[in-house]
Design a protein around this ligand. Structure first.
Ligand SMILES: *Cc1c(COP(=O)(O)O)cnc(C)c1O
Length: 387
């Protein structure tokens, strides 16, 4: 038996995670700013999450959404404290892609239109619907024809938004493009997008699978823009490490949906409900968004100080604890050197080193990571000069 090689091997065997650190099989400690693509935002094995999961394991593990159970009631109460404004309905699924799939189905059903607008550099997942609104041709082309019609507009280009018309069922957008290179949306772009979709009766799906749940300094990144989504998708951090995703909807959309429109065997199972309940408690009680904002600001400043003399650093950008260092070359070699310095990071787009640390990082961790980045970039730069 072998596992499919869909991911490049990072050459580490990890045996344990705690907070912002992981350990390999030799006992070497790593600062984890990869965090499973941002999933471990509340820290590995967050105490409250483990407590809730353990308690739930000892009660009931699996139960169809057709039956009620106390942990789901508790989860609903907790979700009420973190939910996007006016989006009072939720449906639970197991992955970000599945949340996107449901959002795409909903905009078609509710508007009775077909066309979807997405943006260049977007990433929304790998299942067929989600892949149809994902920009990278390498991911998409071998599997075409996918969902149609889908049109990709340039991100942050206000002029092109004029192309959104009464044929458009929905527009899907990331408030900060994650996989595409840590690219924040412009204020005017998001505002204009909201206005135009409102005018044409197209639904605005904000995909917060990566940006959501506190990472950018607010519970939801759309809150930086003074607008409201019609539908919001969340995933990654929302289960504190447990695989779960959520689609949030307003009452009027949920009323247009009926029994049988969607379903999921595992969606919202008792363990997922326990994980979400605990994660919401941590998010609110520990004031996680505030900490992400403060630490993000310090980390960004430190990176700017330590990296400003490099010609190959084009830009350091991001929001809260979603940070990208955009280089003038492929970042893979630098990411390798950073890993040799015992810091885990990941690539975004074609030229960006991405840091998605847990909110627990300390000043010392930030120094450690920025020194590692300095070394990674300087070694790659000098190799390129001499070769
Ligand atoms: C990761 C991601 C997804 C896909 O989530 P999966 O859990 O991998 O299916 C969708 N949208 C965005 C913005 C993401 O970052």
């Amino acid at each position: 038996m072998k596992l499919l090689k869909f991911y490049q091997d990072r050459g580490l065997k990890i045996v344990k995670g705690e907070g912002q650190y992981v350990w390999d099989i030799n006992g070497t400690k790593y600062l984890d700013m990869h965090a499973g693509h941002g999933v471990a935002f509340l820290g590995h094995r967050n105490k409250t999450v483990i407590e809730y999961l353990t308690k739930q394991l000892n009660q009931i593990v699996t139960l169809s959404p057709a039956f009620d159970t106390p942990i789901r009631e508790e989860m609903i109460k907790e979700l009420d404290r973190v939910k996007p404004d006016n989006l009072d309905n939720a449906f639970l699924l197991n992955s970000g892609s599945e949340a996107v799939e449901l959002a795409l189905k909903i905009v078609r059903k509710v508007t009775k239109r077909k066309k979807i607008i997405a943006f260049k550099n977007s990433f929304h997942g790998r299942t067929v619907g989600a892949l149809s609104v994902t920009w990278n041709k390498k991911y998409r082309e071998p599997f075409e024809p996918l969902l149609t019609p889908v049109e990709f507009l340039e991100y942050n280009n206000l002029d092109l938004l004029k192309q959104i018309n009464e044929e458009v069922a929905g527009v899907i957008v990331e408030p900060i493009q994650g996989e595409g290179g840590v690219i924040p949306a412009k204020q005017e772009f998001m505002k204009s997008l909201r206005e135009i979709t409102q005018k044409t009766g197209s639904l605005l799906i904000i995909d917060e699978v990566q940006t959501g749940f506190g990472r950018t300094g607010k519970i939801w990144a759309y809150q930086h823009f003074g607008i409201q989504p019609d539908i919001l998708t969340a995933g990654k951090a929302i289960g504190g490490g447990f695989p779960v995703s959520v689609v949030f909807l307003p009452e009027w959309i949920s009323e247009a949906l009926e029994e049988g429109d969607h379903g999921s065997t595992y969606g919202g199972n008792p363990l997922a409900a326990a994980a979400v309940t605990a994660s919401c408690k941590v998010l609110v009680n520990e004031n996680v968004p505030y900490q992400a904002e403060e630490k993000g600001r310090l980390f960004m400043k430190l990176l700017e100080e330590k990296l400003r003399d490099f010609k190959s650093v084009r830009e350091i950008r991001g929001l809260g604890l979603m940070i990208g260092i955009d280089l003038r070359f492929n970042p893979s070699q630098a990411i390798k050197v950073i890993q040799d310095e015992k810091v885990l990071s990941l690539k975004a787009g074609i030229s960006t080193i991405r840091f998605l640390p847990p909110y627990l990082i300390t000043q010392a961790d930030m120094e450690w990571a920025s020194d590692a980045a300095r070394k990674g970039i300087s070694e790659t730069e000098s190799k390129r000069v001499t070769s």
